[in-house]
Each structure stands twice: as C-alpha cells, then as structure tokens.
Design a protein around this ligand. Structure first.
Ligand SMILES: [Cu+2]
Length: 133
C-alpha cells in the first residue's frame, strides 16, 4: 500500500514538472514571436545607424532587417563576387538607382526613414526589406 502511494506520488510530481516545463516553454516562445528585435546587421556609429546588406551573385542578405526608426541611417551594400543582376540596384521609394561593383562597399544615405524600405534588383528578381521599428 505504501509503495503504491509512493509510486502515485512520483507520477503526480513527474506530470506537474512536465506541465511546468511546457508552460515555461510556451511563454518564452510567445515573447520571441511578439517582441521584434533590431537585427544583427544593424549598428550605430556616432549617432548614425548603419545597415549592412550582403550582395552576392543571385541574392541580397539578409532578406528582412529590423532597424531603429528616428535615426539618421546609412545603407552599406557589401558586394563579394557579385556578377549577376543584383548589381543593378534600386530603391524605388527613394529614387535610388546604382550599379554596384562586383566587390567592395557602396554606401547610400537613407535619411531618417519612417516607412519600410525595399531594395531590389532592376528586374525585381532579388529583393530585401528593411522595417523601421
Ligand atoms: Cu534581377
């Protein structure tokens, strides 16, 4: 009888632990989903926000960037072995149109953006989006 009670007690404790772990996990994943975070390719130097985007043959990376709004902002395009149409670079909302080099950094002044900025190749095959939060 005593053994049975001990076994039942152990089972109840185990179930409670499992439920607690599941609840804690759900809470942390909810925080991750709702709390937008500034992306790792964003840095602030002397009050200017710098957003780094990689330019490679066939893509821009990262595809989605979260940056700070209300900061003077520069876009820094980092080309490495770029020989595709990603070099024909456009930001339609800012009337920016530029031929990027196959290798090297190219900077663009974005002002103090309030709206999202879409970067794209001239034909719209490759894109990236910067959201200001
Ligand atoms: Cu293209």
């Amino acid at each position: 009888m005593k053994n049975k009670l001990l076994t039942i007690g152990a089972i109840v404790v185990s179930i409670l632990l499992i439920v607690a772990v599941i609840i804690l996990k759900q809470q942390s994943s909810e925080e991750d989903a709702s709390g937008l975070k500034i992306s790792q390719n964003v840095s602030i130097v002397d009050g200017t926000q710098i957003i780094d985007i990689d330019v490679r043959s066939g893509y821009y990376a990262p595809r989605l960037t979260y940056a700070n709004k209300d900061l003077p902002t520069k876009l820094r395009m980092n080309s490495v072995d770029s020989y595709g149409c990603e070099r024909a670079f456009r930001i339609p909302s800012l009337n920016i149109s530029s031929e990027l080099p196959p290798d090297g950094l190219t900077e663009f002044e974005l002002g103090t953006p309030t709206k999202s900025i879409l970067g794209t190749c001239s034909m719209g095959m490759y894109t990236f989006l910067i959201k200001f939060i």
